[in-house]
Design a protein. Structure first.
Ligand code: SF4
Length: 316
């Protein structure tokens, strides 16, 4: 975690005055709290593709699969300008080493989902995707993406930030020489984290790694990455976390005293009933992992998936 995680972000969320009305949409959690651990690459599609500040506002019209980007009042069509710029910009962003992207919701350029799109009747539906966001997600299908409105939900926020730091570790793995041993080691350290998101993917990835010798390294890495990012995109529920905690307990059942076992079971149960947040059983589990120096558990990223200062596991 010593290296800051690199994130693309809609510029206005950092307080840059780039909006059509000359304003911004500063999000203090993103800019300040997450900003302690992230290096941001700000992008304002509308300004970068040549619109002035202030400017006439834009909206999406037509088909959600291939929307047109037009000005709200005068109806000028800027679809081609935005599409050409976006196709160049995503290629430029390849060199940034991004581990995720945070879009500004509702924008016809930057919104990731639920953007208003106007059909022939003039009545909008919420099925649009901002033009730059669409180009970005097509170009980087594996990269964690979110829009700021969804990050107010503590479960989605936790999930997104967890994926971002997992993607950073994946990038760090790719910087090393590709080898089956390195991939197996990566998998071993992420087993419980994967299990907390998706037992089904945990099983499939276990099979993939067990048969690692049957594929070329490139195929193996590609398949693993797809499964890894897909698994982590599924939200870790209370039920799944409680079952991982019970599974962990099995690793030092013999070392725990009967009081310690009882205490841990009670706390897991309180978490299962949603009386206490996940950080409570995790803190106790970490204490026992340290106390008994449990070799498998102490390397599990599940215990430290992101900086504790972000207080992401503190909600019930
Ligand atoms: S929503 Fe996107 S296009 Fe609009 S001001 Fe923010 S960064 Fe620029």
């Amino acid at each position: 975690m010593e290296q800051k995680v690199k994130l693309g972000i809609s510029s206005c969320l950092l307080g840059h005055k780039v909006r059509y009305d000359g304003g911004h949409k500063l999000d203090r959690y993103l800019a300040n709290t997450l900003g302690e651990y992230a290096e941001f690459v700000p992008v304002c599609p509308e300004v970068e593709c040549g619109f002035p500040i202030p400017r006439e506002s834009l909206r999406l019209v037509g088909n959600p699969e291939s929307p047109r980007l037009v000005t709200t009042r005068t109806g000028q069509d800027f679809t081609d300008r935005m599409a050409n710029w976006a196709s160049r910009r995503v290629v430029e962003l390849e060199g940034e080493g991004l581990c995720g992207y945070i879009f500004k919701s509702g924008s016809p350029s930057s919104g990731m989902q639920g953007v208003k799109i106007y059909g022939a009747s003039g009545v909008p539906s919420n099925r649009g995707v901002g033009m730059f966001a669409m180009a970005f997600m097509k170009h980087f299908p594996m990269l964690p993406t979110e829009q700021e409105s969804r990050l107010y939900d503590p479960r989605l926020r936790e999930n997104f930030i967890e994926r971002v730091f997992a993607y950073q570790r994946w990038r760090q793995l790719l910087e090393k020489r590709k080898s089956r041993g390195n991939l197996v080691d990566f998998h071993t350290r992420h087993k419980l984290q994967i299990l907390s998101h998706s037992p089904k993917h945990h099983q499939a990835m276990g099979r993939l790694v067990a048969r690692a010798a049957e594929q070329t390294l490139s195929e193996l890495y590609e398949q693993y990455q797809g499964l890894f990012m897909k698994a982590l995109s599924l939200v870790a529920t209370v039920k799944k976390n409680a079952s991982v905690l019970m599974h962990m307990m099995g690793y030092f059942k013999k070392q725990l005293t009967s009081d310690e076992k009882q205490e841990l079971l009670e706390i897991i149960e309180r978490y299962r009933k949603e009386y206490v947040p996940l950080v409570v059983p995790i803190t106790l589990m970490k204490h026992y992992v340290r106390k008994y120096d449990q070799p498998y558990l102490k390397v599990q990223h599940y215990l430290n998936p992101h900086p504790a200062e972000l207080t992401l596991r503190n909600h019930v």
